[in-house]
Design a binder for this molecule. Structure first.
Ligand SMILES: [Zn+2]
Length: 334
């Protein structure tokens, strides 16, 4: 049995959502279990505590998001109905969320957890801080991307750069721009990863380099989706894990090898195609312009992460004022 990373993400704005108890009772697929309401859909089991006000038709929204993500990343992969369903647990208060997610959850908004056994996914779960109003746009899509991508990486774990780089594509534009800023800050300081290192990382890097890791991973994914399709990208990652990057680059992109790939990616950055532009308004909307990787001293100085293993779930935590995928600390969860 193996666990894949729990990935935690952050949202900035707090608030609430709403479905009245009367509406809850009218929904045919909603049942009550103790202090929880549970709504069943084809692929999700959505849970929220009594008294929590759910806004909108989450069942339809989640199913649509799943369908869209499957079409985006796995267009030729027949994704059957999820069994087990993906449990979405919406916590009304931080305390309940932290109890499930564990230490380090305070500055986060969502987490995903996958478990595997004998060639199949045996657990899909996303925990959400329902006390944060923007959790759906700021965290849920990112976490759901991890769950969807797992469909193609059951026997062999997806490389971290690909998993996070693709999930970041579901983040809001402003957050992706912040990732880009982290990357370019790292490049200016000579602190970016060589691609031979980034592509083959078997664990998440030290917290001090997590901002660079996320920014560079997102940039690589963006580059590859410009020179090929998303389906090609997923196929490339699959082939790379089986036969190595040099062969996968040759077969899928007609690129000679990792060295040539790095040259092309750097050229892509130099020509401005991969450069992130941040408008004044978007910049002003962010709490701080400092490096996201070091925004939280506790994260920047911590060194407690362990590699995501096939037998140990790993927790990823984002610093307080960053978005999903930025400057995370990975910590053993079990
Ligand atoms: Zn993630």
């Amino acid at each position: 049995m193996r666990h894949l990373p729990i990935c935690l993400a952050l949202v900035f704005v707090l608030g609430s959502a709403s479905v009245s108890p009367a509406e809850e009772s009218q929904a045919a697929n909603v049942r009550r279990s103790g202090t929880w309401f549970i709504e069943e859909t084809q692929n999700f089991s959505i849970c929220w505590p009594a008294g929590y006000r759910v806004q909108g038709d989450l069942a339809a929204t989640f199913e649509q998001m799943r369908e869209k993500l499957c079409a985006t990343w796995l267009p030729k992969h027949e994704v059957s109905a999820w069994q087990p369903k993906c449990h979405i647990v919406i916590h009304a208060r931080f305390e309940g969320y932290a109890k499930e997610v564990g230490p380090g959850a305070r500055q986060t908004t969502g987490s995903s957890l996958l478990d595997f056994d004998q060639g199949r996914i045996t657990l899909r779960r996303i925990d959400i801080r329902g006390d944060r109003a923007d959790w759906l746009s700021e965290a849920f899509a990112h976490e759901l991307t991890h769950v969807v991508l797992a469909e193609r990486f059951i026997d062999t774990p997806i490389p971290h750069w690909a998993d996070e780089g693709m999930a970041i594509q579901a983040d809001p534009v402003a957050k992706r721009q912040l990732h880009g800023r982290d990357l370019h800050s790292a490049i200016a300081a000579g602190g970016e990863f060589r691609l031979a290192e980034l592509l083959t990382l078997d664990r998440y890097p030290h917290p001090s380099r997590m901002g660079t890791f996320y920014g560079q991973s997102a940039s690589i994914v963006e580059f590859l989706t410009q020179i090929g399709t998303r389906e090609q990208l997923v196929a490339f990652v699959e082939q790379a894990t089986a036969a190595g990057y040099d062969k996968a680059l040759r077969d899928v992109y007609a690129i000679a090898g990792v060295g040539s790939f790095e040259q092309k990616w750097r050229q892509h950055l130099r020509t401005g195609q991969g450069r992130t532009t941040i408008s004044k308004r978007e910049t002003a909307a962010q709490p701080d312009s400092q490096s996201l990787a070091t925004a939280d001293p506790a994260v920047a100085t911590s060194d407690v992460y362990k590699p995501p293993s096939r037998r140990g779930a790993v927790l990823f935590v984002a610093p307080k004022n960053t978005g999903p995928g930025v400057g995370r600390l990975a910590r053993d969860f079990l």
